[in-house]
Design a protein around this ligand. Structure first.
Ligand code: CA
Ligand code: CA
Ligand code: CA
Ligand code: CA
Length: 336
């Protein structure tokens, strides 16, 4: 008798591979399969059940084989088992607006200085630094796209020594203030004033006060306005002179010697003239004219009248004698 080759006759019943032996045969399977307990049927090996099939992340069993899968953001290594991180940032089309930072298994976005991420964590918008603590600025804070800057209020300047906004002394130079006359510096500003005799206008101009426009400047007679002051004048032609208070006017004999030619009497600005003996006041009330008694028919000299300094005397012709009345002449019979 001779051996029957069950494998070539198709009578072995082996599911996959058949090996003839002397007087018998054995079944075997392809890789990825194993013989079932009947020693004829081949069933799939679930490689994932052992050490996850060697897969780093996920093992997927298939009929006769298996394969590995990687989590999101990983790619399968060439060894088909390990998972390598994907560097999303290496792609120029990454989703980050400014800066992409790769991490193992993921990535995140960041922004350039002066910007911050919006809620989608990808796009960057300007940070308004001024909205927080005034940007750290002492006075003005100005937000700009991607940055910000500080400045000082009007009336202040940036002092590079103190690194602070310091008050500008507008009064230190006539070019830095508008004051016509006096300038007063204040913190953050300044104000103007005027000298006595001037009034402030528009906060910086100084105009002369016309003191004469009000109550004649207090002057009794004439008021003369000047730039920054005024003065009083009196009617000098009428003999008035300024009083010691520089406002009142009064006259007396010493203020106008022209009033009276000879003798002056004054009382309450009234001047009265009189004349020396032998003179009389003229009709003008101030000049004096000499009295020639003998030619005025006011004397009663009988014969000869002689003017004296401030009087007259009578005398008689030869052969006459002045009588006791000092006027009448009577013939002297005894001398004839
Ligand atoms: Ca399998
Ligand atoms: Ca900004
Ligand atoms: Ca100032
Ligand atoms: Ca004036």
């Amino acid at each position: 008798c001779s051996d029957i080759d069950e494998c070539s006759e198709g009578t072995s019943g082996c599911n996959q591979l058949c090996s003839n032996t002397l007087g018998s045969y054995t079944c075997s399977c392809h890789n990825g399969y194993e013989l079932d307990t009947d020693n004829h049927t081949c069933i799939d090996i679930d490689e994932c059940l052992t050490n996850n099939g060697g897969c780093e992340h996920t093992c997927v069993n298939t009929n006769g084989n298996y394969y590995c899968l990687c989590n999101y953001s990983y790619v399968l290594n060439h060894d088909r088992h390990q998972c390598d991180d994907v560097n999303e940032c290496a792609n120029g089309n990454n989703a980050c607006n400014h800066i992409c930072i790769n991490t193992i298994g993921s990535y995140y976005c960041d922004c350039n200085s002066g910007y911050h991420l919006i809620s989608n964590q990808r796009y960057c918008i300007d940070t308004n630094e001024c909205s927080t603590n005034n940007g750290g600025c002492q006075q003005h804070c100005h937000n700009t796209v991607g940055s910000y800057y500080c400045s000082c209020w009007s009336g202040y300047y940036w002092d590079t020594t103190t690194n602070r906004c310091e008050d500008r002394n507008e009064c230190s130079s006539s070019y830095s203030n508008r004051c016509y006359q006096n300038c007063h510096n204040t913190e953050g500003s300044y104000y103007c004033s005027c000298r006595t005799g001037f009034r402030l206008s528009y906060g910086y101009r100084c105009y002369d006060i016309n003191e004469c426009a009000s109550n004649n400047g207090g002057c009794e007679q004439h008021c003369k306005n000047t730039d920054g002051s005024y003065y009083c004048e009196c009617n000098v032609t009428d003999g008035y002179a300024l009083d010691g208070d520089n406002h009142g006017c009064s006259r007396n004999c010493s203020t106008d010697p022209l009033v009276c030619q000879q003798v002056c009497h004054s009382q309450n600005d009234l001047l009265n003239c009189s004349c020396y003996p032998g003179y009389r006041l003229s009709d003008d009330g101030r000049t004096c004219e000499k009295i020639y008694f003998c030619s005025e028919n006011t004397t009663n000299c009988n014969q000869i009248c002689t003017n004296m300094n401030n009087s007259f005397i009578c005398s008689c012709n030869d052969g006459y004698e002045l009588q006791n009345d000092n006027a009448t002449c009577q013939g002297n019979a005894y001398t004839l």
